[in-house]
Design a protein around this ligand. Structure first.
Ligand code: C2O
Ligand code: CU
Length: 457
């Protein structure tokens, strides 16, 4: 197994600069030089939070109040979205919908409580197609009042970067028509926590909690554990009612998270870590784990479920309001026309305006919401993916469940992977008032049509 395909021909080690010193309640968006490519290659000029890739880990206890002053030291406007947090709408960070963009030199005070424990993340939500690809994202961890019994808790932020190893610069324009109309911007350098050679060390029989976050613009990670065995305990921050044994592959679409509790089973010196599938179906190490020594073997039972988060009512399907949303457009799908800024335009006209996709016949966010719900109502939304691409559909402000074909309800999620020609249905209780985006988290798709919103009043 070689790492070559992961780093596209590069070899040797990468080093990330340590986080810039700052006051505890500020988060500064600024340029920085970070060694994303292996050492010996030029560093990359990124847009960062506090100078590091990923941004600083923000960590608090469930129920706590989080206050961060975003200081914008970039030359462009920005804003921060706290992905997956059931947040006060005014703090959701969507420029043009829930707040004004924060101008260069200006600041904005984010101040909200964290109702749910779990694995979340934060990222730019102003021109996010470019700003997230340039580095504006970081982990947000909300700890349970009582942590599960593990030896260590590790956060692994998975990402990819499209950079030229000769210059260290980002390659290709961020608004790239070919990427927008196809699978989005995927990188040639894949890594964890800002390093392409991220590695863990562990002892045999150690029990770890691994929090995986997919921060990539478009890449769907297909993962496998090596030298570890364990359980999935939470998805998109929300605990599963019972831990599920990890068997086979884990699929992590853009913006999704998975919390695992794993026992290290590998012998000292034998290969272990997190593997990822490549396009040709071969597997490479995404994160190596060096197993040294062993702990005394304590027979540990399977972990208990994490304590459930509050306010997770089951949707009332009988009283639900039903909506349909066709996902259309992109290359090779033959979308004829759609509404854009109040006009019906043919596909070629849309393309000439840099737009490629439509949700329910509408390209991009219009002035009126796709759906208006009263607080407490249940929304059922049937999605048909009439495109030839997968899409990672994300709802702000509330988690939903998949309504499966057999009538059962899936786990709470904030982002779901929709596959071509496979209709799916989601349902949720609209219990958080405000204006909430619903969009594809392949950020080039979101920027070229796949964004809409709902209102809960
Ligand atoms: Cu993680 Cu609208 O985004
Ligand atoms: Cu998409």
């Amino acid at each position: 197994m070689t790492r070559r395909a992961v780093c596209a021909g590069l070899a040797a080690a990468a080093v990330v600069r340590p986080a810039f010193a700052k006051s505890a309640t500020e988060l500064t968006a600024r340029k920085a030089s970070v060694q994303l490519a292996p050492e010996g290659y030029p560093a990359t000029e990124v847009w960062s939070y506090d100078g590091s890739i990923p941004g600083p880990m923000i960590r608090a206890t469930q129920g706590a109040r989080l206050q961060r002053r975003l200081v914008n030291a970039l030359d462009v406007s920005t804003s921060v979205h706290w992905h997956g947090i059931r947040i006060d709408n005014a703090m959701d960070g969507v420029a043009g919908l829930t707040q004004s963009p924060v101008a260069p030199g200006a600041s904005f005070d984010y101040d909200f409580t964290l109702p749910d424990a779990g694995t979340y993340w934060y990222h730019a939500h102003t021109n996010s197609m470019e700003q997230v690809a340039r580095g504006l994202s970081g982990p947000l961890i909300v700890d349970e009042a009582e942590a599960p019994d593990v030896d260590r808790d590790e956060v692994l932020m998975l990402d990819d970067w499209l950079i030229d190893p000769e210059t260290g610069g980002f390659m290709e324009p961020f608004a790239h028509p070919m990427m927008m109309s196809h699978g989005g911007r995927t990188g040639n350098l894949v890594g964890v926590n800002g390093r392409f050679d991220f590695a863990l060390t562990a002892q045999r029989h150690e029990r770890l909690r691994l929090r995986l976050i997919n921060a990539a613009n478009a890449r769907i990670f297909v993962l496998r554990l090596q030298g570890m065995a364990g359980w999935t305990v939470a998805l998109d921050g929300m605990p599963l009612p019972a831990p599920e044994t990890v068997e086979g592959e884990l699929v992590l679409a853009p913006a999704q998270r998975v919390d695992l509790i794993v026992d290290v089973t590998a012998e000292e010196g034998s290969p272990a870590g997190l593997l990822m599938a490549q396009d040709d179906d071969s597997w490479v190490a995404l994160a190596d784990m060096t197993v040294s020594g062993r702990r005394a073997r304590v027979a540990r039972p399977a972990p208990a479920a994490l304590p459930p988060n509050p306010r997770t009512d089951l949707p009332d399907l009988a009283q639900a309001r039903q909506f349909e949303m066709a996902m259309e457009g992109g290359a090779m799908a033959g979308m004829e026309s759609a509404l854009f800024e109040g006009e019906r335009l043919g596909f070629r006209e849309l393309v000439s305006r840099g737009q490629f996709w439509a949700l329910a016949g509408q390209v991009g966010r219009s002035d009126t919401p796709f759906a208006s719900l009263s607080r407490g109502e249940t929304m059922r939304l049937r999605l048909s993916n009439d495109t030839v691409f997968p899409h990672a559909m994300h709802l702000h402000g509330m988690h939903f469940r998949e309504l499966r074909g057999d009538g059962s309800l899936g786990p709470l999620r904030d982002t779901i992977l929709s596959l071509p020609q496979e209709p799916l249905e989601i349902a949720f209780v609209a219990d958080n008032p405000g204006k909430w985006l619903f969009h594809c988290h392949m950020l080039a798709h979101a920027a070229s049509g796949m964004t809409t919103w709902i209102e809960v009043a």
